[in-house]
Design a protein around this ligand. Structure first.
Ligand SMILES: *Cc1c(COP(=O)(O)O)cnc(C)c1O
Length: 358
């Protein structure tokens, strides 16, 4: 049996959905499941989430995979499309799309579609990545209202770039800016990501778009009580495959980077960069073994990493090691590595078994 696995707690997923719904009781939920549902398995997550407005993915291939696996919920393409031929694919698979640039608008006018498309016009409120500038927004909206290939009314969305920074005043300004574009001739409006849902209630509006918080992970940088009720969905687990007595002065692993300062016990865990655990994880990165935090030592290799178990440990071959999840938040691990939980979860490789339980 493959003991290198990510346990996916679907009960925690449903719990987090209800926490987010309670935080924004008047809004409907577009559950963001791009990036293989942040590493949790897109189809299983899509099947589990009920009573939602729909699902958000980044790319067309993600949406098509959901449809071919029998998912009939509404799906929104958050990155939209760039190939005009994709427009009939969107109609065929009944997909909604974000419209963020004028090229897409031109394609919409030129296309021959059997049914108008449901679109979300993106307003650039400050990320400056995708979306129309405030000064060009009304003209684009007007153009699209005259486009027969576009379903009316047109919906609008925006996306925060700093909502995870609780003290940053820019988010409030962005909410105010966005709200100026809400009028009678538009349909639904959507602005809040996880950080918006949990920290900026003015941003909730018609549809909230939680991603990371659904998976029980805080979108915020520092400690905050805003995520207390969330439960981690993913627990990345493996096992000790060796426990070795190390003498003072002996090194471990490639490059002999780490050398024992005194006699100690070194645990070898079956987990490496071939599983998606980052090779850059430095010495001291926490790992949970038998309910205590131990430190990563030496270099992470493809299939293994090593930990300092302490001289008097009683850990043995076959004991579980938790890399993150229950008892060790992925954000704590990420902080040591210099990244965020989003990246760690999304980068697990197919060698890690996703095992679902309720
Ligand atoms: C990824 C994404 C989200 C979800 O963001 P989280 O920070 O994970 O909640 C929401 N909206 C858009 C447009 C996104 O790309």
């Amino acid at each position: 049996m493959n003991f290198v696995r990510a346990l996916i707690n679907l009960k925690a997923l449903k719990h987090n959905l209800s926490v987010l719904q309670a935080a924004a009781p008047k809004s409907k939920i577009l559950a963001v499941i791009k990036g293989n549902a942040y590493g949790h398995g897109m189809v299983e997550v899509a099947q589990t989430l009920d009573n939602i407005y729909g699902l958000g993915v980044a790319r067309i291939n993600e949406a098509i995979m959901l449809r071919t696996r029998g998912i009939t919920k509404d799906i929104l393409l958050l990155e939209g499309f760039i190939n005009p031929l994709d427009l009939s694919v969107l109609v065929f698979y009944n997909l909604q799309t974000v419209i963020h640039c004028s090229e897409q608008v031109d394609f919409l006018f030129k296309a021959t579609l059997i049914k108008p498309l449901k679109i979300w016009l993106k307003l650039d409120i400050g990320m400056h990545r995708l979306g129309f500038r405030p000064e060009e927004f009304h003209a684009v909206l007007k153009r699209l209202i005259d486009c027969p290939n576009v379903e009316k009314p047109i919906n609008i969305l925006g996306h925060f770039n700093c909502a995870d920074e609780l003290e940053n005043p820019i988010t409030h300004q962005q909410i105010t800016l966005f709200k100026k574009y809400i009028s009678e001739d538009i349909g639904s409006v959507s602005l809040a990501n996880s950080a918006g849902i949990l920290a900026w209630p003015d941003s909730h509006l018609d549809i909230i778009r939680p991603g990371v918080a659904l998976y029980g992970v805080s979108p915020f940088v520092g400690k905050t009580d805003k995520c207390q009720q969330l439960k981690p969905v993913m627990t990345l687990k493996s096992k000790l495959i060796a426990v070795r007595h190390h003498l003072k002065g002996e090194s471990v692993g490639y490059g002999a980077d780490w050398v024992a300062q005194s006699d100690c016990k070194v645990g070898v865990v079956a987990m490496g960069y071939g599983d998606g655990y980052p090779r850059m994880a430095p010495q001291g990165t926490p790992i949970l073994i038998n309910s205590r935090i131990v430190s990563l030592i030496g270099r992470v290799s493809m299939d293994m990493l090593t930990v300092d178990l302490g001289l008097n440990c009683t850990d043995k071959v076959g004991d579980d090691a938790i890399l993150w999840g229950d008892g060790l938040s992925v954000n704590d691990v990420a902080k040591h590595i210099g990244t965020i939980g989003y990246e760690l979860m999304t980068k697990l490789t197919p060698r890690v078994d996703l095992q679902y339980h309720d």
